[in-house]
Design a protein around this ligand. Sequence first.
Ligand code: GRF
Length: 197
Amino acid sequence: MTKRVAIFLSGGGSNMRALVEDMAGDHPARPTLVLSNKASAGGINWAQERGIATEVVDHRPYGADRAGFEAEVAARIAPFEIDIICLAGFMRVLTAGFVMPWQGRMINIHPSLLPKYRGLNTHSRAIEAGEREAGCTVHEVTPELDDGPNLGQARVVVRPDDSPETLAARVLEQEHILYPMVLRRFAAGDTTPVHLP
Ligand code: GRF
């Protein structure tokens, strides 16, 4: 049966676009919903123009009440009978209360070679540490931040003249290849890690 996918984002949504564009033809999943915590997220307009349902849940009125925010997110996605959630630049940490019921059905892309550089500013931290390679990871989401079973990694060489911005741009190109490849396999039940290149 075709899987129904929700994609969560907070910004431009270039990974969301790569996922949506891949979900066609014989793909085992279809984009059902795009959800953002920011109404201004560019990806929301893009999804609407393509006839994909969208939901915006602003986190700010909830303040420190993460459970309240997550309850609203859960209520908004419930009618769509979602099978898989893809986090794609969703800049809210989800608590165990939200994550646990979705474990095994929620995946994330992170711009580092996990387990290195969990959290933010991954590219500047990799450059400062003198890393020779960087990359991105798609993983199953567990209550621990940027943790969970590895579903795939793509590597890029760190150049001597790289800035965090140039490195981020090269890694992002790989994200757009890796994430659709992993989702296609994951939706078909294959959790064997992918290694690129
Ligand atoms: C990507 O680098 C992703 O790995 C990180 O946030 C960024 C989102 O970019 N989690 P976009 O919104 O998909 O363009």
